[in-house]
Ligand binder design. Structure first.
Ligand SMILES: *Cc1c(COP(=O)(O)O)cnc(C)c1O
Length: 363
């Protein structure tokens, strides 16, 4: 079996940077020692070498293959994290007198909304903020006179996920940082998808952007070179030095995804893992989920104890059972178990076992 669990026996529920397939880590170690038979480390070679150019080309192709990216779209590997996309999107798509429509479903959506306000007007179509973002609003219409609609497919902190996307008369931009490659998506329904790699596709340091070329070039203001998508498209993500090693680790991770059957296979695995954990949360009288059942994320499972005073005791047991990274985000409290692609179902079972053990000890 190829996963970190086999090697370290630590179950890694980290929300991000998150667990990677062991084979991706092993192959990356080899590339650090001797990349592509060059007798040089991947850390010390030119990004313009033909061996490395092949890596970027292959990484871009595997993204296209896995997500069935239609013609007319470009795949980019950029830096600055998803957080830079929060400003890069409006900088490239919005003029001062234009309005952008945002769905405010969590902390990251809120930050994206705030950045858009620096470039134009923002229409927040719906939000679940007054209920601590524990559900996904669905009752809204996207105005045709806005420039684009922005949503967040998975709310990493609050544990909700969009399982359907609204029909839109305007371009759709989606932050898929924490569920990209976890399930099939119809890319043709989106005009710009972005994702920081460190949740579900690789290490920190690279951000994937999939963009429909024709939406660009319509704003009248100036765009700094490094923040202009057209510059990166024209230069194949090589306008400046790309995050060489991070892209390599993404490639190895995506090869693993492909080898297991692609995003459809990932969805089947991820559904099974999420169902196992949510079933225990719903069965176990000590615990409860924090989100609306229909919006529950398959990637980040948030839950609390009915008696919060037992929290430290459960965290101690989790530590003893080598369940790492389950402490909840401070804005939700309780626990958050992230079940990214590379997490094996055995790790989820180990968490469920600990919850049952805790129930016996506390009833
Ligand atoms: C983690 C995360 C971000 C922030 O990503 P950075 O790469 O740290 O900027 C943005 N959006 C979502 C949905 C996230 O999970």
């Amino acid at each position: 079996m190829n996963n970190s669990q086999t090697m370290s026996k630590v179950h890694n529920f980290s929300a991000g940077p998150g667990i990677l397939p062991q084979i991706a880590i092993d192959n990356s170690i080899k590339a650090i020692q001797n990349f592509a038979g060059m007798d040089l480390s991947i850390l010390e070679i030119s990004h313009r070498s033909k061996q490395y150019e092949a890596v970027v080309a292959e990484a871009s192709q595997i993204v296209k293959d896995l997500l069935n990216v239609p013609a007319g779209y470009s795949v980019l590997f950029l830096q600055g994290g998803a957080s830079t996309q929060f400003c890069m999107v409006p900088m490239n798509l919005l003029d001062e007198n234009d309005t952008a429509a945002y769905l405010k479903t969590g902390e990251w959506a809120m930050r994206a909304t705030k950045e858009a306000g620096l470039f134009g007007k923002v229409n927040v179509l719906a939000t679940s903020e007054n209920e601590n973002y524990n559900w996904i609003p669905k009752d809204y219409t996207i105005p045709a006179d806005c420039k684009y609609f922005h949503c967040t497919s998975n709310n990493t902190i609050f544990g909700t996920e969009m399982f359907s996307f609204p029909e839109s008369p305007i371009p759709v931009v989606c932050d898929m940082s924490s569920d990209i490659f976890s399930r099939p998506v119809d890319v043709s329904k989106f005009d710009l998808i972005y994702a920081g790699a460190q949740k579900n596709m690789g290490p920190a340091g690279v951000t994937l952007v999939i963009i429909k070329d024709e939406i660009l070039g319509k704003v009248t203001h100036k765009i700094p070179t490094m923040l202009d998508y057209r510059v990166h498209i024209k230069n194949g993500s090589m306008y400046n030095t790309p995050p060489v090693f991070a892209i390599y680790v993404c490639l190895e991770t995506l090869k693993w995804v492909k080898g297991l059957g692609g995003v459809t296979a990932m969805e089947t695995r991820n559904k099974a893992k999420a169902e196992l954990l949510y079933a225990e949360i719903d069965r176990n009288p000590l615990f409860k989920g924090t989100c609306a059942v229909e919006d529950r994320s398959r990637m980040n499972v948030c839950f609390v104890l009915n008696k919060p005073e037992l929290e430290e005791a459960f965290l101690t047991l989790a530590k003893e059972r080598k369940l790492d990274g389950i402490k909840g985000h401070r804005s939700v409290g309780g626990f958050r178990a992230s079940l990214y692609n590379a997490l094996p179902i055995e790790s989820v079972q180990a968490l469920v076992n600990a919850m049952q053990e805790f129930e016996k000890a506390n009833s």
